[in-house]
Design a protein. Structure first.
Length: 123
């Protein structure tokens, strides 16, 4: 999509200062991989039942917790720092984490609606 500028993707990234199409395509693919990270949680996977795995687990079938909130929580509390430390580049791990933190609400969000702090940490 980026390499061939389908849907004007390369041009849009270029306006953000990401001009190298190969690097940008890799970054875009990386973002897409993170999009549904919250779907690994049992709250999302509740559609599948396996009696052998049900021992001691609470019923979450009536939960209103959205997988985007789980994904953002995972990023903020467990995965974000590990990912930032595992990357290389001119920025420090802390700076990389701050940059990625700006992208993640939109990346993990649902159908154009970014995840907000209110969704992740309800009052």
């Amino acid at each position: 999509m980026v390499m061939e500028n389908h849907f004007n993707a390369a041009s849009l990234f270029a306006t953000l200062g990401l001009d190298d199409r190969e690097t940008t395509a890799t970054f875009f693919a990386w973002l897409l991989c993170w999009h549904d990270i919250g779907k690994f949680a049992r709250l999302f996977q509740q559609q599948y039942r396996c009696d052998a795995l049900a021992c001691g687990l609470r019923d979450v079938s009536d939960s209103r917790h959205h997988h985007t909130v789980t994904g953002m929580w995972l990023w903020q509390n467990h995965l974000g720092y590990c990912v930032a430390q595992g990357m290389t580049g001119p920025l420090s791990a802390r700076e990389r984490k701050r940059v990625l933190d700006r992208w993640m609400p939109a990346v993990i969000g649902h159908h154009g609606k970014p995840v907000s702090c209110e969704n992740v940490f309800p009052a």
